[in-house]
Write a protein that binds this ligand. Structure first.
Ligand code: SAH
Length: 226
């Protein structure tokens, strides 16, 4: 693993130690995550550096945690499940991520795919994530401050697209920016109701197939940039 894990800040201690990460990975495996590459990425990614220091002792609980601006770092099980679903068709060269947040999901993806293009609508979150991921020496990531409803046309089409905020319906731009054969993993549904995690495969220029993966609870996908 290429992380500078020899730096004390990343290794952690006690509740943030390698043992805590190993236990989290073992728990996710027991809950049905089968992809060893995904479990390894969870084991080697210091989740505690993505959250506020006051929250660090909870970083390896299988829970969503606040990251400011009313947003949350996704629950590790959901991160693993979405990543495993995205990668199920094989290695991916380019992935578009909507909702950088604190950058934890971005870090997991960056270890498993060729390049991650990550879009966030809240400027401060994007800046902070950029800094954390640079500290971790992950270089195969490009960041964009924008409304993810529009995707990121400049680098399309993508082999995979992963969305970590829930729209009420699937944005057209994301369907269009998916390569034929590619997968879009996205939570869909109204905020106050049950959301469904969809895996949408583009079968041809005009055909898409949708598979329902799980019931989930994500923050809403909102309009505009702040
Ligand atoms: N993967 C992130 C999840 C953060 S929560 C993490 O683990 O930290 C969802 C994120 O999606 C928030 O940062 C939120 O600001 C962002 N988001 C919501 N609507 C968006 C939109 N239209 N475009 C881009 N990002 C959006």
């Amino acid at each position: 693993m290429s992380f500078p894990l020899s730096l004390t800040k990343f290794v952690g201690s006690g509740m943030t130690s390698q043992r805590a990460r190993d236990r989290l990975a073992a728990r996710l495996q027991a809950q049905g995550i089968g992809a060893q590459t995904v479990l390894d990425a969870i084991r080697f990614t210091p989740r505690h550096v993505f959250v506020d220091e006051a929250m660090a002792t909870h970083a390896y609980d299988n829970k969503a945690l606040p990251i400011g601006f009313g947003q949350t770092i996704s629950q590790p099980y959901i991160v693993a499940r979405m990543t495993e679903t995205l990668l199920a068709s094989g290695a991916l060269d380019t992935v578009l991520e909507i909702g950088t947040g604190c950058g934890y999901q971005t870090a997991i993806l960056a270890q498993l795919v060729g390049h991650v293009y990550s879009v966030e609508r809240i400027a401060l979150l994007s800046v902070n994530a950029r800094r954390t991921l640079a500290e971790l020496r992950l270089k195969n990531i490009s960041f964009h401050l924008s409304d993810g409803h529009w995707g990121w046309a400049e680098h399309a089409p993508y082999a995979g697209i992963l969305v970590t905020a829930a729209p009420e319906t699937v944005p057209q731009a994301l369907l269009q920016q998916l390569r034929v054969g590619g997968r879009l993993v996205i939570p869909v549904g109204a905020q106050q109701s049950v959301q469904q995690l969809h895996c949408i495969t583009r079968q041809s220029l005009t055909e898409y197939q949708t598979q329902l993966i799980d019931t989930v609870s994500f923050v809403p996908m909102l309009d505009g940039v702040i």
